[in-house]
Write a protein that binds this ligand. Structure first.
Ligand SMILES: Nc1ncnc2c1ncn2[C@@H]1O[C@H](COP(=O)(O)OP(=O)(O)OP(=O)(O)O)[C@@H](O)[C@H]1O
Ligand SMILES: [Mg+2]
Length: 256
């Protein structure tokens, strides 16, 4: 297992007026690690992703991707350098097919200065390989607006991994899915993890977090209050009091 740091945060803060949405996070994430992030609504998890993916500028502190500060680097350039991200709200071009969505991600995420609109064989082959990996091949000709929510969520992941990222950031990938669908998503995560991709995800569904992650982080009021084994979350008094509370039982089974 490689142990090089792929992402580092040094005293990262984001203030919105008087609100400290992210309030001084120090962190190192290693290549190939799978890290699950939890925490109450409004804790600052998505804002934290916005900071590490270059979508939002830090108020103070520094984010380093492969030892280089990301300050001022646009998200699409970070994508070309191997940092891919999905969003909390399921997106995608609803009127295009699943395959066309993937082709768009491949062509426009390629980093070519003038990508053009021509679909080459290599684009199509890559798209079909990724669709296969993500269990979407049978839906390739379906319009995205017509496919089930599980498939749309898988498509977001598929679109993010088209250029073989070294780090993949997923914001609540299984929110709203049924337990059996979550199981299917877990298998997809295992597959991506086995390819050596570093996966960092935000998720309220504790069963998913504890099954997929080999390290858990809990954020509360913009601060990191837990960094350790996923199986230790339920026993941590502070985490229980501010986050899990009576829902600690969800660690065993259902979506929160
Ligand atoms: N652009 C913004 N302007 C002002 N306040 C913001 C902005 N973005 C986020 N916030 C505030 O920052 C805090 C953290 O929000 P964030 O979306 O990061 O929480 P979260 O942990 O992802 O919550 P959830 O689990 O509900 O998705 C919230 O109080 C939110 O209202
Ligand atoms: Mg969020």
């Amino acid at each position: 297992m490689p142990s090089k740091t792929i992402l580092e945060c040094r005293g990262v803060k984001k203030h919105y007026g008087a609100l400290a949405a992210v309030d001084g996070i120090d962190l190192k994430i290693k290549e190939g690690e799978t890290v699950g992030i939890g925490g109450p609504n409004g804790a600052g998890k998505t804002t934290f992703f916005d900071l590490i993916s270059g979508l939002t500028a830090v108020t103070s502190g520094q984010v380093l991707f492969r030892d280089q500060p990301i300050t001022g680097i646009a998200p699409h350039l970070l994508f070309q350098q191997g940092m891919a991200r999905t969003f909390q709200v399921t997106s995608g071009f609803a009127s295009l097919t699943v395959l066309e969505n993937l082709l768009a991600a491949i062509i426009f995420g390629s980093g070519e200065e003038r990508p053009g609109l021509f679909v080459r064989n290599q684009h199509r082959e890559r798209a079909m390989r990724v669709l296969d990996e993500c269990g979407l091949r049978d839906l390739s000709a379906h319009t995205v607006g017509d496919i089930p929510v599980l498939a749309r969520k898988k498509l977001m992941v598929a679109s993010a991994v088209v250029h073989d990222p070294s780090i993949l950031l997923l914001d609540e990938p299984v929110g709203g899915l049924m337990p059996a669908e979550i199981d299917e998503f877990i298998q997809l995560m295992f597959k991506l993890r086995s390819k050596g991709i570093c996966i960092v995800f935000i998720e309220h569904v504790m069963r998913f977090l504890t099954t997929v992650a080999d390290r858990a982080l809990i954020i509360h009021q913009g601060k990191l209050i837990y960094d350790g084994q996923p199986k230790g979350i339920a026993a941590d008094e502070l985490v229980r009091s501010v986050y899990l509370g009576s829902s600690a039982s969800t660690l065993g089974g259902n979506a929160s």
